[in-house]
Design a binder for this molecule. Structure first.
Ligand SMILES: [Zn+2]
Length: 225
């Protein structure tokens, strides 16, 4: 079941690879179906070799409904996120090096420095304390620290992004990596300029109208600054 959705997950896994958010079989993707089933990518498989039947179908408690592969080692934490964030249907975990590096030099959060990061993350991106990979803590910390953001940086590990759809979660991960590259490049030669709270709010608001499906950006939003 859900062959088309499984195919889509694999194609997003390939995009994670293309945008250098993972190496080899790192990271994972999780998608909640309208009917409640949860699709999880298998443990330790390279996305280029993954077939739809390798993706597991689970119930919300982690019982496997379809698939013979071992699910991602982070599954317990991923299911925890979905259980505690009912508005989220897509979760992406990456080992993207630049955003992870920000987590090594900043204490509490990655401050928004580009409109694109404001667009997709909706605000500053919190940094969680260290938790062991493969533990439920990784999911618990995501829920505890994410606040109004759509991503967290997992200290010494990687990034977790969430979205109403899996595509939203992917966009957040990709734009976050772009912003992290700019941030670290700027930090290497000076003190990066930050956006004001008003600019962050505006960039988050405008993104609601981005793309083909959301209508024109209202004039008053554009005229606010
Ligand atoms: Zn990981």
């Amino acid at each position: 079941m859900f062959t088309e959705e499984k195919r889509q997950m694999i194609s997003y896994g390939l995009l994670m690879d293309r945008y250098q958010l993972i190496a080899l079989s790192g990271g994972n993707l999780t998608m909640r179906m309208r009917t409640g089933e949860i699709l999880v990518t298998p443990s330790g498989m390279i996305y280029g070799e993954m077939q739809p039947e390798d993706v597991l179908v689970m119930d919300p408690d982690g019982r496997v409904l379809e698939g013979t592969r071992k699910p991602s080692s982070d599954t317990e934490g991923l299911l925890y996120i979905l259980k505690h964030m009912p508005e989220v249907n897509g979760v992406i975990h990456t080992h993207q090096p630049y955003a992870t590096a920000v987590g090594l030099v900043e204490r509490d959060y990655f401050p928004v420095n580009l409109t694109t990061l404001g667009n997709v993350a909706g605000g500053h991106v919190p940094i969680t304390p260290y938790s062991s990979p493969g533990s439920i803590e990784l999911g618990m910390d995501t829920v505890r620290y994410i606040g109004k953001s759509r991503a967290v940086i997992l200290a010494h590990h990687g990034v977790m992004t969430v979205g109403k759809t899996l595509k939203d979660a992917l966009y957040t991960a990709v734009y976050m990596e772009e912003a992290a590259k700019c941030y670290l490049a700027a930090k290497a030669v000076g003190t990066p300029k930050m956006m004001t709270d008003e600019q962050v709010r505006q960039s988050a608001d405008i993104f609601r109208f981005y793309g083909q499906d959301h209508g024109e950006i209202p004039r008053e939003l554009l005229e606010r600054t």
